[in-house]
Design a binder for this molecule. Structure first.
Ligand code: SAM
Ligand code: SF4
Length: 333
């Protein structure tokens, strides 16, 4: 359906868990108090919401988290959602640690695309950022993934790795991001850099301005704008001659794309969010768990109402206006 600004809302991200097997400094550092499982929606409840949302025009689902693959039954859930009438595409965003283990199950479930988050290829720095020495497992998963005919994207939050490395006594090449870009050389993998957003612990990090980053990239590579459609998202893509994959920039702060925003987000606790920046939205869990006999009607009305009131644009540029106080691992990115 369309929102009040005529934007077609057809994409829903679902954080299926707020648990994670990593502790990224900007998302879920150590010491987080966990939500009790009974507060988290069951897969049946999530699928119920998807079935109502699909009747309102949601066609594409992103399964995210926390780390979606730590929740037992994730692949069965994907299969369940793939079978819902009107749902055309289900993709997943994962940190890749458990991907090798679940690869066949994901393919069998009919997954349409896999995003793997890797911020650096420096083993020590990866450990510093994520809290775990797991880069080897992630790269192994990535290698296995290239044997399958499935769209693969890398998500790398733009951190000044050189600066961050020197603050932590780790020797990192000034242009470490070039190593990530090399992942697009031999394989058809899109490497996307994401501007750090001031949500939750992301507020403790400086956002690298992607306008500046793009200038740096243009000094290092001959970039050609890539107009082909890669996904549902807001990335602006570039091609480099001789590289199989493209390079994408997702620049929520310095390349605002709210005019074409097509998404809503369901948190693991069943709150339907309409913009990352604000707390606006609606608690669908209380409807799902109520005694109402007309739950489907109530859910549809609530989802419609939330979409109609989707904010025009985020105000990340003005910290005082950010009303979202949930952390990214609850929202799903
Ligand atoms: N655990 C999975 C993963 O890491 O891909 C899925 C959940 S994670 C919250 C989804 C994406 O959000 C990841 O690519 C992560 O790097 C990104 N992310 C987390 N905090 C962020 C922030 N403050 N700004 C921008 N991206 C962020
Ligand atoms: Fe976990 Fe993903 Fe957040 Fe890292 S970004 S802590 S992997 S949910």
């Amino acid at each position: 359906m369309k929102d009040s600004l005529n934007r077609e809302i057809d994409y829903m991200r679902i954080s299926i868990t707020d648990r994670c097997n990593l502790r990224c400094q900007y998302c879920m550092p150590r010491g987080i108090k966990q939500t009790t499982m009974s507060d988290i929606l069951t897969f049946e409840e999530m699928a119920h919401i998807v079935s109502i949302a699909s009747k309102l025009g949601i066609k594409k689902i992103k399964v995210t988290g926390g780390e979606p693959l730590v929740r037992l039954g994730c692949c069965d859930f994907i299969k369940m959602v793939k079978n819902i009438e009107g749902i055309e595409q289900v993709t997943i965003t994962t940190n890749g640690v458990l991907l090798n283990r679940y690869m066949n199950d994901l393919i069998e479930a009919g997954i349409d695309g896999i995003n793997v988050s890797i911020d650096t290829l420096n083993k020590e720095l990866y450990q510093k950022i994520t809290g775990f020495d797991k880069l080897g497992e992630v790269l192994q998963s990535l290698k296995t993934l290239t044997n399958y005919d499935i769209p693969v994207k890398i998500n790398a939050v733009s951190i000044d790795l050189y600066e961050y490395g020197s603050q932590n006594g780790i020797d990192v090449l000034k242009n470490d991001y070039q190593n990530l870009i090399e992942l697009a050389h031999d394989d058809k993998i899109d490497v996307r850099f994401i501007e750090m957003m001031p949500i939750g612990y992301g507020k403790n990090f400086e956002t690298i301005n992607h306008q500046d980053f793009l200038q740096q990239l243009k000094r290092d590579y001959v970039l050609k704008e890539d107009q082909t459609i890669h996904s549902n998202g807001p990335a602006v893509y570039y091609r480099i001659d001789g590289y199989q994959g493209s390079i994408g920039l997702i620049s929520a702060i310095h390349g605002k794309f709210c005019d074409s925003c097509n998404r809503i987000r369901l948190t693991s606790q069943g709150y339907l969010k309409t913009c990352l920046c604000f707390n606006d939205g609606i608690d669908l869990r209380s409807i799902l768990r109520s005694d109402a006999s007309n739950k489907d009607e109530l859910l549809a009305a609530a989802i419609k109402d939330a979409i109609i009131h989707k904010p025009m644009a985020h105000h990340f540029e003005n910290m005082e206006e950010i009303s979202e106080d949930k952390n990214m691992y609850m929202i799903g990115g």
